[in-house]
Design a protein around this ligand. Structure first.
Ligand SMILES: Nc1nc2c(c(=O)[nH]1)N[C@H]1C(S)=C(S)[C@@H](COP(=O)(O)O)O[C@H]1N2
Ligand SMILES: [Mo]
Length: 197
């Protein structure tokens, strides 16, 4: 990657490459534990907590919520970044509109098949570019990258982008997810280098 690429400036005036990051050409695979065995017949997306009605969406119901594409950069806390990822899937906003979230809900505990969790403020999930991605650069997600669907939260470190996502629990107070319990930052803004707390 050329020097100029790493000095690129974003429309908001911040450097495109957050501090302490370096560009990678490939796409590393990073997760704790084994890849869960899933199939779209039995897959469900469970929504519970501070919502009017608890729901379990089937694969078809979930995908019928809406469709969107977004291109964004990945910033992993272990210092690799990967530019221009083309994602396609269900926008978070479509799920949000479908489940009638109670006003007390402030945070979402994201749950993945296999037991991984991560906490994200509701406001951040409603930001531009947040989606449940089924495909990356025009190809279905591979198993190691989160098939059949993963969360993508482009403006936070990539550990918030849970692979093999299976549910969201709406809660009124922030609490740590899996890596957050082991010292990762509760929020994780790459431009503020909120890596560990
Ligand atoms: N379910 C699950 N999702 C996860 C993780 C995990 O361990 N389990 N690791 C996170 C971390 S730390 C990173 S950096 C990214 C890596 O995604 P990738 O393997 O597609 O690059 O997934 C995130 N999502
Ligand atoms: Mo990570």
């Amino acid at each position: 990657m050329s020097q100029s690429a790493t000095r690129e400036v974003r429309p908001d005036g911040r450097l495109r490459l957050p501090p302490g990051q370096r560009l990678t050409a490939g796409w590393p695979v990073l997760h704790y534990g084994a890849i869960p065995r899933l199939d779209t017949e039995t897959w469900r997306f469970h929504v519970w907590g501070l919502v009017e009605e608890e729901r379990k969406f089937t694969w078809d119901e979930f995908n019928a919520l809406g469709n969107t594409t977004d291109t964004s950069d990945i910033h992993c806390v272990t210092t690799w970044s990967k530019y221009d990822n083309n994602w396609e899937g269900v926008p978070f906003r479509a799920l949000y509109d479908a489940v009638k979230v109670k006003p007390e809900a402030k945070v979402v505990m994201v749950h993945s098949y296999g037991g991984y969790t991560t906490n994200v403020p509701l406001e951040d999930l409603l930001a531009e570019g947040v989606l449940f991605a089924r495909s990356h650069d025009g190809e279905p997600l591979t198993k190691e990258h989160g098939w059949p669907i993963r969360l993508v939260v482009p403006h936070l470190y990539f550990w918030k982008s849970a692979k093999w996502i299976g549910g969201m629990q709406f809660i009124d107070q922030d609490r740590p997810g899996f890596w957050e319990m082991y010292g990762y930052h509760m929020y994780g803004d790459p431009w503020k280098e909120q890596r560990y707390s």
